[in-house]
Design a binder for this molecule. Structure first.
Ligand code: ZN
Length: 311
């Protein structure tokens, strides 16, 4: 059994920048590159395995052909998508549907629950999480009357912050933010407001009706409880467990060995360098530890974000 190294796919965006190259060393398509789909089995940006016996296979093919690698996780699609997002400018104010709404209105797609680990941000940066409307009627009134300042709830941001974004939660990443996102593998975003920006001379499409449908009111902050522990060779931070995934951060100093038990594990090296199972790795490398791999040995000074699907 071997680790599955995955090649990222890059996406340009009007709000993107060049940090995916400047910070992570990736070859990016332009100076406005917004997203690195780091571990993706989604048709809109399919990742490929790099090296080893599955070299060149897409993650989607592997999911169908070698289900034992994923511990027989149920479903016909890779459940999680890992991204790094470089927001040079503000992203649109947006919201995602849940599985039930997406299944009916988006052709059987998964809904989107996502979470963000803040890799870096400029001083004074804020992030949009939630809104100030007291009920659904006020959500609709504020949106239809463009009362954005009253509507949007902003919170200050710093490096190392973590946010869980459930379906129905209004959110936006603001310019100057670099995050690692763990999400359900879905590409369904409803744009509530896009700052009246133009893309190729035209405003980007908004989804006002769908947004009003799915926004939860009143907003209730999600109560994620972050738990830290010291392990031999690593500081472990448990970031979240929800219905779809669990996410953990490990800061490794020296030798750290762990068996990742649940289904399969996505691993993103977000800082430093070292060796995993005899293979040199550094910041920006992403791989999957297949189900049943057993103990995985890490060595070096490196930080990584790991995620497992829940079912
Ligand atoms: Zn989102």
């Amino acid at each position: 059994m071997e680790l599955l190294f995955v090649e990222p796919v890059f996406k340009e965006a009007i709000w993107g920048g060049s940090k995916l190259r400047d910070v992570f060393g990736y070859e990016i398509p332009s100076e406005t590159t917004g997203e690195c789909w780091a571990i993706s089995g989604h048709a809109n940006g399919m990742g490929k395995i790099s090296g080893g016996r599955f070299d060149g296979k897409t993650l989607g093919e592997l999911w169908r052909e070698e289900p034992e690698l994923f511990g027989g996780y149920p479903g016909d699609q890779v459940p999680l998508l890992i991204k790094i997002i470089d927001a040079q400018k503000d992203l649109s104010i947006q919201v995602h549907p849940d599985d039930a709404y997406a299944n009916v209105h988006e052709n059987g797609s998964l809904g989107k629950t996502e979470c963000w680990y803040v890799l870096d941000c400029e001083p004074g940066t804020e992030i949009v999480i939630g809104h100030h409307a007291k009920d659904k009627a006020e959500v609709e009134e504020m949106i239809r009357n463009h009362r954005w300042t009253d509507f949007i709830r902003k919170v200050p941001l710093k490096k190392g912050d973590f946010f869980q974004i459930n379906p129905g939660c209004v959110h936006a990443i603001k310019g100057g933010t670099l995050i690692l996102e763990t999400q359900q593998s879905s590409d369904i975003t409803y744009r509530v407001y896009d700052y009246d920006r133009l893309s190729n001379g035209k405003p980007r499409q908004l989804h006002v009706e769908q947004s009003i449908d799915v926004i939860e009111a009143p907003f209730v902050p999600s109560d994620t409880e972050i738990v830290k522990e010291e392990l031999p060779g690593a500081d472990h931070t448990h970031l979240v467990t929800c219905q779809f995934y669990s996410v953990d951060k490990y800061d490794i100093h020296g030798v750290f060995t762990k068996e990742f038990a649940k289904y399969y594990t996505n691993v993103s090296i977000i800082d430093g360098e070292g060796i995993v199972e005899g293979i040199p790795v550094k910041k920006g490398v992403h791989f999957i530890i297949p189900a049943g791999y057993g103990n995985c040995r890490f060595e070096g000074n490196l930080s990584m974000i790991c995620s497992n699907p829940e079912a």
